[in-house]
Design a protein around this ligand. Structure first.
Ligand SMILES: [Zn+2]
Length: 483
């Protein structure tokens, strides 16, 4: 499964419309805000018809590396084009990881926000409810777009809250109150006016955008460098960044030729608990799903992701069984799983984990894990109605594949996902690898389950999607990947 979803979710946590107020409460603060607007272009900035920001970022998938020891840097390019005169935008994104490249674009088309997926060759209408929902992330990642928004939006509040010295420079701090969005703090160089940092708290801890290496292009100021931190850990940084002020080519506000309309995205907004086969359930919401197996007098769960308690409650309800949850199978060492470790520990489960993931599990738990609460998986293991195979794949050096013999269903966590309704469109490289792993193990699978979608796939449609896979370095031949 591509990390695209995770990456977007991560940045989405920091979506924030900044509704500025050029009226700081005191004259010192007001003066700094005016200096800031001047640094970024003053009247030229305020009257800009549009701005293009192209950035090439190093994306650091914290805790999502091939092994628990390293986080391999991934490719992340973004081509942001905002048309201020008409309040519309287009953001194209290239993500490179695990041997695949994924290119997508979200754009205003007439009155709708459309998402285009060049890997799958499809588009979805109404992919976001508003301009700011679609493009707020991009505004937050650019100091220039932030200041532009501040300088041109009449409804805003910036409160002067203090001063600090940062890297030897005097900095003035402002709290920004944003229309319906979480607050953030702006760190402005008192003399030069540059935005040095934007910080805010979020459900995953403090987020910080650190800007540096300021330059001007046609009178418009911008930071050549941006580093994004989650807590104290570097999450992404720029390798290249360019801004181009001016009129945005209107032809981009359309759906590219050759794309077919999707039947829509799979609805993941509320908890679903589906009985996939006898004694097998797929339960979850919001892009996090786990399988539950009725093992006679107890239940076995797979997927150590946050929300296990809620999923288990849903299992009891849908199965009608008053089971205890005895085993929890952790598929691999990735951080999006480990985030649920403490919750699972408190539920009293026995952890079943690949050997390569055990250290990460122990390190994540607050309390020591007693031996009787851990089953270490080598390569093949039987657990009640289940057969567990630990295999390497492009996704991770050790993945536990969970095969339920009676129903011939296979839970493979991150090896394929289905975001779109209708037919399964195409696999990525990890899905192709899964197909050959299943062949090698001689598993007679009739249905595939994964961890980021409630939509399962029959073996026939999974194989068809795998057969449709075409490795390419540039999906859709988009300019963003042609270098
Ligand atoms: Zn993973």
């Amino acid at each position: 499964m591509k990390h695209l979803v995770n990456t977007l979710v991560f940045f989405a946590l920091s979506i924030c419309l900044w509704v500025p107020d050029s009226q700081a409460e005191d004259s010192a603060g007001r003066e700094v805000l005016e200096t800031m607007i001047e640094a970024y272009g003053g009247d030229t900035l305020k009257s800009l018809p549009g701005l293009r920001v192209y950035e090439d970022l190093a994306n650091i998938p914290l805790g999502q590396g091939y092994t628990p020891d390293f986080d391999e840097i991934g490719l992340l390019r973004r081509d942001v084009r905002l048309d201020f005169t008409k309040g519309r935008g287009s953001v194209e994104t290239l993500i490179g990881e695990s041997g695949d490249r994924f290119v997508s674009r979200i754009a205003t088309v007439n009155d709708s926000i459309v998402e285009m997926d060049y890997d799958l060759g499809i588009y979805v209408r109404n992919a976001a409810p508003s301009y700011i929902a679609a493009f707020g992330v991009s505004i937050r990642l650019s100091d220039t777009l932030l200041v532009h928004r501040f300088a041109t939006d009449p409804v805003s509040r910036a409160t002067h809250v203090g001063e600090e010295v940062y890297l030897g420079r005097p900095i003035v701090l402002f709290d920004l109150e944003l229309d319906g969005l979480p607050p953030m703090r702006l760190h402005v160089d008192k003399e030069a006016g540059w935005v040095r940092k934007v910080t805010r708290s979020s459900p995953v801890g403090r987020l910080a955008y650190v800007f540096s290496e300021f330059a001007r292009q046609e009178g418009i100021g911008f930071a050549r460098e941006m580093a994004f931190y989650a807590g104290d850990r570097l999450r992404a940084f720029t390798r290249d960044r360019k801004v181009t002020p001016g009129v945005i080519d209107p032809t981009i506000f359309s759906i590219d030729e050759g794309l077919a309309e999707s039947k829509g995205l799979v609805d993941m907004s509320s908890m679903t608990a589906d009985r996939v086969a006898e004694n097998v359930y797929l339960i979850g919401r919001g892009g996090t799903y786990g399988a539950f197996y009725d093992a006679g007098d107890h239940a076995i769960a797979v997927n150590l992701a946050p929300g296990l308690g809620d999923r288990f409650e849903a299992y009891r309800k849908v199965s009608g069984k008053d089971h205890s949850l005895r085993y929890l199978i952790m598929t691999h060492h990735h951080g999006d799983r480990l985030a649920g470790a403490v919750e699972a520990f408190d539920l009293g489960v026995i952890f079943v984990a690949p050997k390569a993931a055990v250290n990460s599990l122990r390190e994540t738990l607050v309390e020591p894990l007693p031996d009787e609460r851990l089953v270490v998986l080598d390569d093949r293991h039987e657990l009640g109605p289940l057969e567990i195979h630990v295999v390497p794949s492009v996704h991770s050096l050790a993945n536990a594949l969970v095969f339920h013999r009676a129903s011939q269903t296979l839970f493979s966590a991150d090896h394929f996902t289905v975001r779109h309704q209708g037919e399964l469109l195409a696999a990525d490289q990890s899905g192709v690898e899964l197909a050959s792993i299943v062949d090698g193990l001689k598993l007679d699978v009739t249905r595939h389950l994964s961890s980021h979608s409630p939509r399962t796939a029959t073996s026939v449609e999974f194989r068809r999607a795998v057969a449709a896979y075409k490795p390419t370095l540039c999906p859709g031949n988009r300019p963003i990947c042609q270098d």
